[in-house]
Each structure stands twice: as C-alpha cells, then as structure tokens.
Write a protein that binds this ligand. Structure first.
Ligand code: WT7
Length: 659
C-alpha cells in the first residue's frame, strides 16, 4: 500500500482566467516579487517588515534552531500602535476603520482616531484590573467592535490574548482557560444570532469555575439580564468608559507572544497555537496588501469570518488594520433576516474586497442564483476563499454570480499554525484556475512530497510540506514543545508537515486535496475526498457533497457520498422516490465519467445538511461512522449536533450497491 503514489491525481481542469488588465496594470505586487524573494528570501522579508513602524531595528532577520524560529531578533515594536496610532499620526485619523453591522440592523462606524481612543481606554482599564505584559487574557465575545478593541488593548500591553469563539461550550472554554492560566476574561452578556439574543455570560460563568480567572470584564450588548458577581465582574461601560483616552504604549520584543489560539487536533486536548509579534504582523500585513491588492483609500474590505478563528485574527484585526484598511464587520448569520443579507451588506457599504469560505459559497449556491442577483454587487473587485478546498464549480459560481466574471478569485491556503496566507494567486499576476490555490506566495517555500519526503513531479500527488521557516509561523504549542515537534516536524526531516494532501498539476500549480486523515484507499489507490466531492459538485443539481471511505470487504474501502441538492432538485427528489433513485444513479455515473470508474461511489445518500464544525469544516469522521453503520462518535465539536440524527435516519439498513 505504500509503494504507489502517495495520492492519486484524478481530476483535471483546463479553464483559466487572466487578471483584468486594469487590475494587473495597477497591482500592488507584480511578478517581480517572486524573483526578488527567491534571490534573497530573508532580505525580502526584511523589506516587508519595514512596512511596520519599529521602535528598535532588529539585529538579525532570522535565528533558526529547528524547529524553533525567532524572526527580527532584537527588534521592538508595539502591535496596537502599528494597527492604529501610526495611522492617526500619519493624518488619516478620520478614515473609517470599522463599519460595524449588528445582526438586528444597528450600525456603528468607527474611525482610526476613535479606535485609538477606545483602545487606549481599554488598555488603561485592563491595567487598572491588574493586567501586565505576559499575562494571558481570555476573550469570549460576539462579533462586535469591542472584540477588536479588546484584542488590540491586550496587544498594546504585551499581554497575549486567547480568543475563544462564542459558539463554544462552557467545557471547551474551561479547557482553554485552564491551559492558558489566564486570570481575566473579557466577555459580554450575549450577542445576536438568527434574530434572537444568545447569552454568553452564563457560559462564561460556568466555564471559569475551578480556573484561575478571578476578574471578568463584561460588555453589554443585548441588555438581557445576567448574574453579576460583586467584586469579580465589571461592566465594560463602567470601567472602560471612565478611563483617559490616551495611553503611552511600550515597545515589546519582536518575539513577545501576541496570542494563543486553540485549534483541535487528533486528540481531545486542543492545541494552543502560539504566535508572536514582529514576524506575524509582517506577514499578515504583507499578504493582505499583496493578495487583496488593498488600496486603503478606495477599497472597502469585508472578511466574513468570526474573530474567534485565525482568519479573524489575521485578516480582520492585524493585517487589515496594520494596512490602514476600511472594513466591514458583521455580527450575525447570512440568512438573518433574509438569505440576501450578505449581498445587502456588500451593496450598502460598497464592498470591493470580499473574503469568505467555501462552505458559505456552497450554501449560497444551494439557496439559488436569484438571491445575489437582486443586489448591486458591481463594486466588488477581488473575491477571496479560505478554510477548505474550494470545488471548481463552487469557484465558478462565485466568479459568475458574485464576481460577474470580472473579479479574480484568490483561493488562499493557510492554517492557524501558519498564521498568514502561504499559497494563493496574486490577483494582478496569476492566471487563476478554478479550484487551485496555485503557487506559494513570494518568500514562502512549499513542496509536495512522497512518503519518503522526496518532491513529487508535476502531475503527481503527495503530502504538502513547508520547507523553510516563515515569519508568521507558530512559535510552538503553548506549554508543550514535545507535542509541537511531534505534530509538525517528525514526519519529514527538517520540513513542516501541514497534514494536507496536495498535487502539482502539469504546470506545477498546487491543488489542495484535503486532510490526509480523510484520504481513502480504494483497491490500493489513495484517492482524495476532495476530488470526488468536486466531481459531484460539478453536477448541476448538486450544491454540496462530502465523501468518505467506508470499509468494504472487496475493495478495502468503498466510496460513500453524502450529497445536498440545489433548491428545486431537492424538492423533486423529496417528493418522488423514483426521481430520487434515478438521480442517485445519475450522480454515480457522473462521477464515473468525470474521474474514472474507480471513483464511482458505492452509495450516494441525499441529505438535507452535513455535519460541520463551528468553523464550517465538514466532519467526515462522523459520516464515516454512519457509512460503516457504527455508533456515532463524539459530536461535541459539531455546530449542530441534531444533524447526525437526521442523516442517520436517511441511511438504509444495509444498502450496499455494487456494480
Ligand atoms: C486547514 C487549516 C486558514 C484559516 C482558516 C482555517 C484547510 C484552509 C484552504 C484552502 C484547501 C484549505 C486545510 C488546512 N484549508 N484553507 N484554501 N484550500 N484547504 O484554519 O482551522 O487552522 O484549518 O484548513 O486543510 O490545513 P484552520
């Protein structure tokens, strides 16, 4: 089983789209950047670091004691000053930093000058509450401006923040608090979601029990009644609002911890991914400038991620604000109060740069083309995607129905661990291909290798690795150096193993094939779930698909596909059993035609929803339990745990269909 290629290369894509001429002519970054970076990678990153304001210049660009890196050694800076104060000093204090759109429709626009005052007040408040450099601060907030202010206030004090997504339970929150050893938490009474206030404070109260947290700073967002513990709990508006609106910022070492962000691993214990200041800020700011071609005066940028994920850290807070961007932040869900909410926001603020996830794009496909067609999306000029491989058809849909065929799509591959984008097209340079993240960004070294760590050739698949350290790389797992070495650096000699499968096409462009834990083995062929899923999504009736390998007596594993149909197709399959059966055969044959007979699913199940994590990734492990007719495993990380019952109900008792 280990003798063949690490991963088969099955699908092929011939469509490609050149950058619009005017975008190419005015692009922030041209093809020269690749050359410059390959001539002298460290000098290239040093030049990017000069985009920031440093109090002390570094003495050494990189100190690399594998696998531990220090970037910009000896340099000092303040992240909050770089994201806020320096813009005010440069005379652009009146520029809007944040257009906040609350789910109920309340709005606030905050200029850089106002943001500076808010951050100063919050930093003064945290100081009064005892926070000092190095103290960890938990942040458990909805998507409101105070979340950005809180993060920046921590950064200003050199106190690493650890943001936990508001959808996590008390237990998940408690584990993370315990691991950081934080003593203070910033939370809110609640936030709005799906048209109703959802409480956060009771979860926060339950989570801190048995931890070191003895102080809570609580933002009033919904106005719902909450329990308040005298002496421990403080309202944000009481403590922050009465502070001085200036604050003298201290410069910290480039390697001062900026944040810890938890990401789930293969074991139950989440990994606290540690990021530091100078290198992280350099790469987030540079990539945001390069990949979104940000023109700070005219662009309106919107990243739809939540602040609780790394995308929110790197591409809502640190990258865009370091670049002086004007951006939209939105509190709620895309279907509240109607399924056109995102497009209404694009129209209202004249959004030019949009960054969202494949899971959202496939959901919009399912809802139908007519919804975005009802809004003016003509301001858009670049569309980004992140979080999962984007299927070529979802990419095409995004291009046509959102970008109206004139916006480059930048599919950005990176991870919580990488801190910033690593693989992505440059919108003014790259001829983009639907479904491919394409090439490593300037200054980033990526390869695809086989089992033995040898680079595969064009047209072949294998494991994605990063072969040189990069400025925004994780500096470790909080408190667990051994786990850091084991997880990322032990599989291949002196290369970072990302855990993803990938292939190089005949032009050497990169295609991400999903997590290697999800790879299937069909009659001795390693096949990626992503390629089969993309083949299914290329059928006009399919909106979304998830594929797993279920154990099979004949083939080792057999492909089982879970498919969500697009709007009208779903209704007819629901109403007419025969139509549903016919469609299933049609889909099996379609995959056989698109990819080859080996890829034909043994079973196709039509389902209304798929199990997803709170960040929108499909949990194939649970689908595998269903496909193998096992008891369903741990569902605690699911966004909606009832989904599994709905899907299991659809599973015929023993319905193996063999050709
Ligand atoms: C994993 C990292 C990066 C911020 C959000 C997710 C998958 C991410 C892509 C992409 C294919 C992608 C990978 C990666 N992933 N972006 N453009 N194409 N796969 O951060 O939660 O740390 O997840 O997401 O599997 O390893 P994360």
């Amino acid at each position: 089983m280990n003798s063949g290629p690490a991963l088969s290369n099955l699908s092929s894509e011939t469509r490609h789209f050149d950058p619009p001429a005017d975008l190419a002519a005015n692009a922030n970054v041209t093809a020269e950047a690749y050359e410059q970076a390959s001539t002298d990678r460290l000098a290239f990153w040093a030049e990017q670091a000069r985009r920031l304001d440093w109090t002390t210049e570094w003495s050494e660009i990189l100190d690399w004691q594998p696998p531990f890196a220090k970037w910009f050694v000896g340099g000092t800076l303040n992240a909050a000053v770089n994201c806020v104060d320096r813009h005010v000093e440069a005379g652009i204090g009146e520029r809007v930093a944040l257009h906040f759109e609350g789910e109920p429709g309340d709005t606030r626009s905050i200029t850089y000058a106002e943001l500076q005052k808010e951050v100063a007040k919050a930093a003064n408040a945290l100081t009064e509450l005892g926070v000092q450099q190095g103290d960890r601060v938990m942040i458990y907030l909805p998507m409101i401006p105070e979340a950005v202010v809180a993060m920046l206030a921590c950064a200003r004090l050199g106190a690493p923040h650890s943001v936990v997504f508001g959808g996590f339970s008390a237990d998940s929150l408690r584990t993370r608090i315990g691991d950081t050893g934080a003593k203070l938490m910033i939370t809110a009474d609640g936030g709005y979601r799906r048209g109703k206030p959802g409480a956060l404070k009771p979860t926060a109260d339950a989570a801190i029990e048995g931890t070191a947290v003895d102080t809570m700073l609580v933002v009033r967002r919904t106005g719902e009644d909450v329990d308040f513990t005298e002496g421990r709990d403080h309202w944000w508006h009481d403590v922050v609002d009465r502070q001085e609106d200036t604050h003298e910022a201290e410069a910290f070492d480039a390697e001062n911890p900026l944040f810890i962000l938890y990401t789930s691993g293969t074991t139950a214990k989440p990994k606290g991914i540690l990021h530091t200041t100078g290198g992280y800020l350099t790469q987030t700011a540079y990539t945001h400038h390069a990949v979104f071609d940000l023109k700070p005066v005219t662009d309106v940028y919107w990243c739809t991620a939540d602040i609780g994920w790394v995308t929110g850290h790197s591409y809502i807070v640190y990258g865009p604000l370091a670049n002086g961007a004007t951006q939209v932040i939105y509190e709620g869900t895309p279907d509240t109060p109607h399924k056109g909410r995102f497009w209404e926001i694009v129209q209202k603020y004249g959004v030019t740069l949009l960054y969202t996830a494949p899971t959202a794009i496939r959901t919009f496909m399912k809802w139908g083309d007519d919804i975005p067609a009802g809004f003016d999306l003509s301001t858009l000029r670049i569309l980004g995607s992140v979080g999962e491989p984007i299927n070529p058809e979802a990419w095409m849909w995004y291009r046509e129905h959102i970008g109206h065929d004139n916006c480059p799509i930048v599919d950005t591959w990176w991870q919580t661990e990488t801190g910033a984008m690593m693989i992505a097209p440059l919108p003014g340079v790259t001829s983009t291909k639907p479904g491919s993240a394409q090439v490593a960004l300037p200054g980033v070294s990526v390869d695809v290798v086989d089992e033995s760590g040898t680079a595969v050739g064009d047209g072949e698949g294998g494991y994605l690795v990063l072969s040189e350290p990069w400025p925004a790389m994780l500096r470790g797992i909080w408190g667990d150096d051994e786990r850091y070495k084991d997880t990322y650096w032990s599989r291949f000699d002196s290369m970072y193993f990302a855990g993803d499968g990938a292939k190089k096409d005949d032009d050497g462009d990169l295609w991400l094939l999903g997590r290697v834990d999800d790879v299937m083995n069909i009659s001795g062929h390693r096949i990626s779930t992503t390629e089969i899923e993309s083949a299914l999504v290329s059928h006009p009736k399919v909106a979304e698909a998830a594929v797993v390998g279920a154990s099979d007596a004949t083939t080792g594993q057999a492909i089982v596909a879970f498919v969500i149909l697009r709007g009208s197709a779903a209704e007819s399959a629901e109403d007419d059993e025969q139509a549903g059966e016919d469609l299933i055969q049609e889909l099996r044959n379609h995959v056989g035609r698109e990819i080859g007979p080996i890829a034909k699913p043994r079973q196709v199940m039509l389902v209304p929803e798929l199990p997803k994590t709170r960040s929108g990734k499909i949990m194939r492990r649970l689908l595998k339990d269903i496909a193998e007719q096992r008891e369903i495993g741990d569902v605690t990380t699911l966004n909606d745990s009832t989904i599994m019952d709905v899907i299991a109900d659809k599973m015929p008792a023993a319905a193996a269909k063999e050709d």
